[in-house]
Design a protein around this ligand. Structure first.
Ligand code: PMP
Length: 770
């Protein structure tokens, strides 16, 4: 008898007055079976002491089930002399605690040969009864979390690195994405309560035909109730021939006792997949730590086999199959046929509007940084700087719906909404930028900016940056070299547009000149200004160039450029349509990165998180010069619904710390992209600020020959893996990265990993020459 066993025996005797045979039980925990001739059987559990001591709440939740008459045998804690029995020093068990439970007999679900459907129905029904019995335990377990808390699954993402087989790793990556995009991000919509947390096939006891007992309440949590059902499904369906049919029985059993809502049924399948992935990710990491552990890997192989089988299915039909016996219709919006949509689109919409990717995607839902396609698979959206705070953000959706149900009308009436909003917006701007105009799109806002500049200066000319895009109206195409120089473009328009070179530190006349490049490019602007056929009303520029190729102008550029522009009597317009609203992290507006104050600021895209809203903010003097008697009016601009949406977006950015997240996640992203540039010859440059990033692909480090086809291929490969990126830049060789700010650090790591793998499999490892 070793010192540990002696200590346990001593504790059994002194604290509980029990003596008998001790034998180790299987399973995750350190449990011992105690068999005494006279006193019967017990289970002794040895665990680490916890801050929220299991001793306090576990008996309460178990007793609650007993009181409610739940028809299950349950392990009851045996009261000892001391509630908290700590194990003595010198035993190898010091610091641990032991608790004694009554023994519950039965055949574990996992050992039932060919279980019938009734058994699955019964498990569902019992679990629902357990949840109903706990229904009024409000407040209990609030804040508790642990390694197996499925809500925190993202924490385990880094463990994927321990899975050496790349096919298996990708399968886990897909599973985690399904859980996150179609599951966890909807948890806020679901009814919560106390959950068991580990309804696995060893903790469910049966008599072969019905469920008779439930063990191990140590993983209990407060969480969406349906998480428990998903966990139960994950284990009950391991290695079953017909998992979804049996799963549907389990779900129906549950639904009969506690009816499930549409949202609960829709997240169920992602939760099931999430649990399999969690178990596998934890096992992968444990294999590194203790590969021969007797209990840790008992379900691992079955989890892999089951996940592989389910991974081949489309999530929407699989989810519907699970809900088949409930009579509740789920995923209603997923009844579309992509081929038919494509044909209708071709017939009904102008052909100049392109679709992304070689094989277009059909998207039917969005959540956080994910877009969900017609099969139910989430894709990580890395290019949508419109759904800035995350797709379908509940706060924004709620504000929109509330106001739409009250009033929506034009701004020729007094209403507090637009004023509250204008005040909040102006408060984010430097002093002096204090008058707002609200419109419906970035194009409309830039059009208005042009009119304001012309009214204030009495001039017509414009100074624009090469490669820039400012909108789709006639005048804006004329000031967008991205368009007029591109396919179908008519070339530089009449005399009123003068084009200045992009202040590009990587490519261009002043590349590699560091700090001096800013001044040098500004001097080029000065030369263009002096040579302009018509004196410009304004210089318009994005604060970081987007369509121009994710180019961050060198430090000092805007200060010097603005000085030249103003000296020539022109105004400065900052187009913040792509880069504003905290995206750059350090600042709320990207023009602040270079410590300049524009005369007119143009806002769009993220401002309404997808709702058509845009704005122009300017000085009082400019606004007054525009008010020359001609009325300005935009029917929908600044209506109460748009104002409510705009306010909600500002609230979410503040309340969720999104600017700060853009800073920290963005700096990790850029660091990772720079590592890729160091490793892969194809990646010539990695650049950006906050969550406005890009990599430029080249074929030759000397000539910087643009790798355009490779760029398109990389974007297609990433798309097939579930990462949505786009190609941009005048040479079509820049991968554009500008995700919703709701992206998590784990998402960033997974994109970086996937980019590295895809670049490697495209044959691009420089072998240390770079
Ligand atoms: N300015 C910039 C910098 C843009 O990127 C865009 C749109 N891509 C616009 C203006 C025009 O905005 P919208 O498409 O909302 O008219």
């Amino acid at each position: 008898m070793g010192p540990a066993e002696t200590a346990l025996r001593h504790l059994l005797d002194s604290n509980y007055g029990v003596s008998g045979r001790l034998s180790r039980l299987g399973g995750e925990n350190r449990n011992f079976l105690v068999e005494s001739e006279e006193q019967g059987k017990f289970v002794l559990k040895v665990t680490a002491g916890e801050p929220s001591a299991t001793e306090d709440w576990e008996p309460r939740i178990v007793e609650r089930l007993v009181e409610a008459g739940v028809a299950l045998d349950l392990p009851r804690q045996v009261r000892g002399k001391k509630v908290r029995a700590e194990l003595a020093p010198g035993t190898g068990l010091e610091g641990l605690r032991a608790r004694l439970y009554t023994f519950v007999g039965g055949v574990p679900l996992g050992e039932v040969r060919e279980p019938g459907r009734e058994l699955f129905r019964d498990l569902g029904a019992r679990l629902a009864e357990v949840h109903l019995a706990w229904g009024d335990e409000t407040g209990l377990l609030t804040g508790r979390t642990h390694e197996w808390d499925l809500r925190e699954l993202a924490r385990h993402r880094s463990k994927l690195a321990h899975v050496s087989n790349s096919g298996s790793r990708r399968m886990l990556e897909r599973g985690l994405r399904l859980f996150e995009g179609a599951g966890r991000l909807r948890f806020g919509e679901l009814p919560e309560g106390v959950i068991h947390g580990d309804v696995n096939d060893e903790n469910v006891l049966t008599d072969g035909a019905r469920v008779t007992g439930l063990l191990d309440f140590g993983d209990a949590l407060r969480a969406p109730l349906v998480v428990d059902l998903g966990i139960a499904l994950a284990y009950a369906l391991l290695d079953r021939d017909d998992p979804l049919t049996l799963g549907a029985e389990l779900v129906a059993g549950y639904h009969g006792a506690r009816p499930l809502g549409v949202a609960e049924l829709e997240v169920l399948y992602p939760v099931l997949i999430g649990r399999l992935c969690q178990s596998l990710a934890i096992a992968a990491e444990r294999r590194i730590r203790e590969p021969a552990h007797p209990n840790w890997f008992v379900t691992e192989a079955a989890c892999w086999r089951t996940l592989e089988r389910l991974d081949a299915l489309e999530p929407v039909p699989a989810g519907r199959a699970l809900a088949a016996n409930t009579g509740v219709a789920i995923h209603a919006e997923f009844n579309v046929d992509s081929a038919e949509l494509l044909a209708r689109r071709k017939a009904l919409m102008g052909a100049s509007l392109s679709l992304s990717y070689e094989e277009p995607l059909t998207m039917l839902r969005g959540r956080g940084p994910y877009l969900i396609d017609h099969t139910g698979r989430p894709h990580l959206d890395l290019v949508n700087n419109v759904c800035h705070v995350g797709h379908a953000h509940p706060t924004v959706v709620g504000a929109l719906a509330r106001q739409a149900a009250l009033l929506n009308t034009n701004t020729r009436y007094l209403h507090p909404g637009v004023l509250d909003y204008a005040e909040r917006l102006v408060a984010t701007m430097p002093a002096g930028l204090e008058v707002c105009y609200f419109v419906n799109s970035g194009s409309e806002a830039n059009e208005l900016a042009l009119r304001l500049a012309r009214a204030a200066t009495g001039r017509r000319g414009m100074l624009v940056v090469d490669g820039a895009y400012h909108g789709h109206s006639s005048a804006l195409i004329d000031i967008s070299p991205y368009k007029f120089k591109g396919p179908g473009g008519a070339g530089a328009p009449e005399s009123w547009v003068s084009v200045v070179p992009v202040a590009d530190g990587y490519r261009g006349a002043h590349k590699g000149q560091g700090r001096d490049a800013g001044e040098a490019y500004a001097r080029e602007l000065e030369r263009v200004l002096a040579a302009a056929e018509e004196p410009p009303a304004a210089f318009i520029s994005e604060s970081i160039l987007s369509c121009g190729g994710q180019v961050v102008p060198p430090e000092g550029y805007f200060k010097a450029a603005y000085a030249h522009v103003r000296a020539a009597g022109a105004l400065c317009i900052a187009d913040e349509v792509q880069v504003g609203f905290g995206r750059v992290g350090e600042h709320f507006w990207a023009f602040e990165l270079q410590d300049v104050v524009p005369d007119i600021v143009v806002l769009g895209k993220p401002i309404g998180n997808g709702h058509p809203l845009a704005a122009v903010v300017t000085t009082r003097a400019i606004a007054e010069s525009f008010a020359n008697g001609m009325e300005w009016f935009a029917t929908f601009g600044g209506n109460p619904v748009s104002a409510a949406v705009g306010l909600a977006v500002l609230d979410v950015i503040r309340d969720e710390g999104l600017q700060e997240r853009a800073r920290t996640n963005g700096s990790r992203f850029l660091e990772g992209l720079r590592d890729l540039a160091a490793k892969h010859a194809l990646v010539g440059d990695a650049r950006g600020v906050g969550l406005f990033l890009g990599i430029e692909l080249i074929r030759d480090a000397e000539t910087l020959e643009p790798a355009d086809t490779e760029c398109a291929e990389l974007v297609e490969r990433m798309k097939r893996r579930g990462y949505l990126l786009s190609v941009d830049g005048p040479l079509h060789n820049v991968v554009k990265i500008k995700p919703p700010l709701a992206i998590q650090l784990e998402d960033v790591e997974s994109v970086l990993g996937a980019l590295d793998e895809e670049l490697t499999s495209m044959g691009d490892v420089s072998g240390g020459e770079k």
